[in-house]
Design a protein around this ligand. Sequence first.
Ligand SMILES: [Fe+2]
Length: 593
Amino acid sequence: MNILGINAYHGNSSAAILCDGQLVTAVEEERFNRVKHAAGFPQNAVRYCLEEAGLTLRDVEHVAIPRNPWARMGTKLFYALRMPGFALDRSKVLTRFSGIERELAQACHVDPESVQAQQHRVEHHVAHLASAFLVSPFDQAAVLSTDGLGDFASTMWASGRGNRLEVHGAVSFPHSLGLYYTALSQYLGFWKFGDEYKVMGLAAYGEPAHEGEFRRMVKADHGHGFRLGLKYFCHHQTGPQMSWPEGGKTPVLGRLFSPYLEERLGKTRMPTEPIGKKHQDIAASLQAVLEEAYFRLLNSLYEKTRLKAVCLAGGVAFNCVANGKIFDRTPFSEVYVQPAAGDAGLAVGAAYYVYHQILGHPRSFVMDHAYWGPQFAPETIRQALQASALDSSKFSLQELENEELTRRAAEYIAAGKILGWFQGRAEWGPRALGNRSILVDPRRAEMKEVLNRRIKHREAFRPFAPSILEEATAEYFERSAASPFMNLAYSVRREKRSKIPASTHVDGTGRLQTVSRSANPLYWALIKDFEKLTGVPVLLNTSFNDNEPIVLKPREAIDCFLRTNMDVLVIGNHLIEKRTNLADPSPEPVFSA
Ligand SMILES: [Fe+2]
């Protein structure tokens, strides 16, 4: 049985395909069309999924769409009557969804009449819940989905048992922890879609000096989870001004906060304005009050379910700082957050919901790694290198067996080089997890600044993340529960902070990826070789890109290597070094292991 899941007309559009309950592939449209958080119809992702599964559209029996325009109709009508612009927007959404069969046929170059698949509409947050629980390792778990807004809800909680989810409650528009975080991120000068994680990084520099004010923005509401103090916001008056453009563009969000917020906190920060102590404190207060509401939700979910495991999804589930504290601030002892916890993951969630909850099949799949995207044959990599016509006076190129490859790569990293690492299947979700990564030595404090200056061009306050051998986690971190998808931040043990300064944030935490030998043997071997050389089982791992979606194809990796000041590229079994990188010589070698 073949089920195609599609997240369309929404940020992070994506597609996934299941064959007899096994995930064959899942991928975001942005990786193909090179537009960050691309919305619209994921035509490239759909085509790739079918091709990878060896299917045509005619072989697909079910299409799962994580959007139900008819959900919460009463609330929608109430707001539509008060906001004509919003009513118009809703009617456009309905029109778009009614044409999905045609778009699907167009993407696959077939006659719309020939599409036989049965269509299923799965409510946004139900698909989020399914994306977390139904691919988790747990037979029973509490499940929480929290984000900005989807099908007019922002939060939903449930219990999962076997192949079924039972929804216990939800929070509807206009109350939303995601919109709260986005509104305050805008106030702090971060307006781009998906910028909230930057503000989460900034929070570590400040003190929650404005907690009292923020507690008036997000109030506890027993039975309903939380309520927003609406006078700080304007989305309930203007409608959620979010445009999800056609044609694969990045979504755009309108202003979400009201003039009252500025009255209370002072003038908004312009994006070009320097960040001061006040901004850091506002970010810290924002994060602290988000955590209070998040843990209230989680604790009341525990009271209701009494289950020891929890699965999380929705954009707020990317708040790794909050996730890392779950073990301390709730009774839950096991946490699962799948790699595409945000809206891209809806494609997988809707497909599994159809397979299990609607069609009744038992569970037989666990998402225990993130490598579900496209891969490229050695011949394709060789051709891409040939097409690049690298000048041998400027580049050295060698083809090596795996053992030699990881050993040499580890030596370059230990010597202070910046190394691009391109292997196997692309990661599902926004994090590079060792197949499309840029890697450097975490022992060198200066590497953060070097990486930013030479390649990443990110704000200096943002942290870089560590990849650690799974078996060494307890040695370096105060928690040892596996974090294979970089969705949890733990405190680095005090005595180890000076060992890995470049991947330890200012508050002593690290948003770690625990790397197991079974999930990614080659990446594990590389970190192991680095440990043999230096005594440190950790690499600093950042995504292989430069202000663009993570590279997908060999050609994109080579281009990124050539146009930036990266020193070494390992692509498949090829190791390429720039003979001179005169723009910025590498730092001095470190001597301590
Ligand atoms: Fe969502």
